[in-house]
Design a protein around this ligand. Structure first.
Ligand code: ADP
Ligand code: ZN
Ligand code: ZN
Length: 742
């Protein structure tokens, strides 16, 4: 719908500033040609020429002057919207995020907008045009239209009732006939605002009765219900303590005030049970935004949230940017989960942006988890966040038995100790399920020559090939490079090649032989890549079709397996010893999460860890004191080491075909950054995997005592960094608050 504007009020020429999805940290100016009569507004999409391409960007400013030379300025092709796409709060959020993550506003905005809109899809307008007869049309005689059959046809249809513009088109009624009848004043049109069902705001209906809250839950809910405006709360509750029930109680009071709730979860496919609990409690529309949707379905869900039709919006990381007509609360479940941090492109953290969004929208934010990230824990302990704790399991679930199996000098059967095999047999024979974690997929993590000891290494990366026996291939998990399993050693020509180490594929094979009566299922990225495969596996597990579950970290997230009574962690040593300073924190979270999977339904659970490090203090502390104390200890260690969250970190990655280019570039960057008591530059140094896909990778770390110091120092250096000649010879990227140092 085009709105014509009075030229005298808007003196031409008119110029717009546009944010485009390109890395350049600037807005681009364009002229609005006379052929476009709608007045552009901040936040509308425009299609513009950019070099040889056409790009879609968002208007960020309007002015009647432009300091580009007239021959330099290009015109926009098209204005795609007649109202701004996002509410003001979300512009403020993206602008803040672009500055914080040192990316362009256009890049940040394109994270915030559904793909369909980025590609130029039309937003269905919220009004509909109706055609109907006028008074004189109703009393007119159709005989006078004998010579005008098209007009007669229109009149015959409209005599039966009014028609929308879409119906007119699908009946293929003539446009000129409509025009003629309109001029005769026999028919007329009007625009009506579409009715959006917002009845849930008037009266909230429940589909099931809430559980009676236990005292801890009741205190948490009462505290949350007292909050008005922005508050951030960390809900630290052990697995099974009834956090989801607290969310539901909070939702009830938010929804009954006519406000919407946005719920972010790490991965939709992995948490079907949680989602169905939200869906079955309230008689409201729930928009679930996940990666299985088509672009158009995603857009439809986005619009339901934007209009307020959907009372509850559930989604993963990117759903953070979903607009709400009546924002009420933001809840992040499993707030510690690293999938909330985007790893590719703009490395934003949905948890941190959720807190900022809460600020901007003046609504509360609730972060729930059994194993808080050290960042959130620090904020809770320092009083920036409210801290609520749930320390008891809500149902009658029993406490978990924990144990360490010392495998130093023990014979292992394909990575399994006798002690673990025996324990498995006891649980399986009792009719229960057993879950084994091994964070290495494939058959074997390396291919070894038995004669010369050569380990076959990817020719493009600093990494060993993983053997995938079922595929008959060796594969590099870092660049995708793959070959048929060689028959001879690349080094000495020997044919005595064997897998070194154990992956999930081999583990599942050996378990099938060891326990022929008990069906084995393997859950990793290789067995769940087909759409729907994960759901099918999970269903079969719940039906008890499998007794032994072998999986990577994927299996640790959010599942409830009531019949699993034994959980075994096989690769504890590998998880503890990693180059990443977050390794102990991550292990603590994994261990605690999987322990929570054992014995939930009134069956006592057991968790066993196989390790060569039976006396490792991290393991001991976790087992004897639990995650809460362990995490507080870790936080102190980070403070002493000046690591996040005590200090603030920016990781600058550079990669190049010549290692020297990346090294020199980062050395020059280091020169541009301040080094003093409150800010530190570490590197350049090789990345933990220093060659990947044929390129050499180098890291530089910039750390400061305060967030603002980092912001100001780096903002100051950035233009100089960008103009370094080597900046063009390397691929480089910035990762603020990096979660993964690989
Ligand atoms: P969490 O999200 O903390 O892991 P859940 O909310 O899933 O915990 O609760 C664990 C189990 O306890 C669920 O089966 C839930 O139905 C049950 N539960 C939670 N709160 C209560 C309660 N107040 N009374 C009885 N059962 C409860
Ligand atoms: Zn060899
Ligand atoms: Zn590789």
């Amino acid at each position: 719908m085009l709105v014509s504007i009075d030229q005298s009020c808007h003196p031409m020429p008119l110029f717009v500033e546009v944010a485009l999805p390109v890395p350049m940290r600037q807005a681009f100016s364009y002229k609005v040609p006379d052929s476009i009569s709608t007045l552009p507004k901040k936040g509308m999409r425009v299609k513009v020429p950019f070099g040889r391409q056409q790009l879609i960007g968002l208007v960020t400013g309007i002015s009647d002057t432009c300091n580009l030379a007239p021959q330099q300025i290009k015109s926009i092709f098209e204005l795609l919207d007649d109202e701004p796409l996002l509410p003001d709060s979300l512009y403020k959020l993206t602008a803040w995020a672009a500055r914080y993550y040192f990316c362009s506003l256009g890049q940040m905005l394109s994270q915030a907008i559904p793909v369909a809109l980025r590609k130029g899809a039309e937003i269905s307008s919220n009004t509909t045009t109706f055609w109907h007869l006028t008074q004189s049309g109703r009393s007119a005689s159709l005989d006078t239209l004998k010579r005008a059959p098209a007009q007669k046809k229109v009149m015959e249809h409209l005599l039966k009732g009014e028609l929308t513009q879409d119906e007119i088109s699908s009946l293929a009624l003539s446009k000129s006939a409509l025009k003629a009848l309109n001029e005769r004043a026999w028919i007329t049109q009007d625009e009506r605002v579409n009715s959006i069902d917002l009845s849930w705001r008037e009266k909230l209906e429940l589909d099931e009765d809430p559980l009676t809250l236990n005292p801890e839950q009741a205190i948490a809910v009462a505290t949350l219900n007292q909050q008005t405006g922005y508050h951030c709360t960390l809900l630290e509750g052990i697995t099974g303590s009834g956090k989801t029930e607290v969310y539901l109680a909070l939702l009830e009071s938010v929804l009954s005030k006519g406000k919407q709730a946005l719920i972010l979860v790490p991965e939709i496919g992995l948490t079907p049970q949680t989602i169905s609990r939200f869906k079955s409690r309230f008689k409201v529309q729930v928009a679930v935004i996940h990666s299985g949707l088509t672009d158009n379905q995603r857009l439809a869900a986005w619009q339901q949230a934007k209009t307020g039709e959907a009372a509850i919006i559930i989604g993963t990381r990117s759903a953070l940017f979903t607009p709400m007509a009546f924002p009420g609360v933001i809840i992040l479940d499993e707030e510690h989960d690293s999938s909330f941090k985007q790893q590719e492109g703009v490395g934003y953290h949905a948890r941190d942006l959720a807190v900022m969004r809460g600020h901007l929208e003046k609504i509360p934010v609730l972060l729930g988890t059994a194993t808080p990230s050290l960042e959130s824990l620090q904020n809770a302990l320092s009083g920036r966040y409210k801290h609520l704790e749930l320390g008891q399991r809500a149902g009658n679930a029993e406490k978990v038995r924990q144990g360490i199996i010392d495998i130093s000098n023990q014979p292992l059967n394909t990575g399994l100790s006798h002690a673990l095999l025996n324990e498995m047999r006891i649980h399986l024979d009792a009719g229960n399920q057993v879950l084994l974690f091994l964070n290495r997929r494939g058959f074997a993590p390396a291919l070894l020559c038995h004669e010369c000891g050569h380990l076959h290494e990817c020719d493009r990366c600093d990494a060993f090939f993983t053997v995938h026996q079922s595929l008959g291939e060796i594969r590099c998990h870092h660049c995708g490079n793959h070959y048929a399993i060689p028959k001879q050693c690349h080094n000495c020509g020997s044919t005595m090649l064997m897998g070194q180490g154990v992956g999930t594929e081999q583990l599942a094979n050996i378990l099938e032989k060891e326990f022929p009566k008990y069906p084995v299922v393997r859950i990793d990225r290789d067995t769940t890549s087909r759409k729907g495969a994960l759901e099918a596996h999970l269903n079969a597990i719940h039906k008890g079709e499998y007794k032994i579950l072998v999986g990577t970290q994927m299996l640790a997230k959010g599942h409830h397996f009531p019949d699993v009574t034994l959980v075994g962690l096989l690769d504890v040593d590998g998880a503890l010893f990693s180059a990443d300073f977050r390794a102990p924190e991550r292990f603590g979270q994994l261990y605690t999460q999987v322990s929570g999977r054992a014995g939930r339904a009134r069956k006592p659970g057991t968790v066993l860890m196989q390790t060569h490090q039976a006396d490792n203090p991290v393991l001991r502390e976790l087992m004897h004191k639990g995650y809460g104390e362990f995490a507080r200890g870790q936080l102190n260690e980070r403070k002493q080491a000046l690591l996040p969250p005590a200090w603030h970190m920016l990781l600058i990655r550079a990669e190049a075909h010549q290692a020297l280019d990346a090294d020199n570039f980062l050395s020059q960057v280091a020169e541009l950054l301040p080094q003093n008591e409150e800010s530190e530059v570490i590197g350049p140094m090789p990345a933990p995997m220093d060659k990947k896909a044929g390129k050499y990778r180098r890291h530089l770390i910039f750390q400061t005592k305060s967030r603002n110091q980092l912001q100001h120092a780096f903002e100051h250096a950035l233009p100089q960094i960008e103009s370094l000649p080597l900046a063009k010879r390397c691929r480089w990227s910035l990762d603020r608050d990096p979660q993964d140092l690989l």
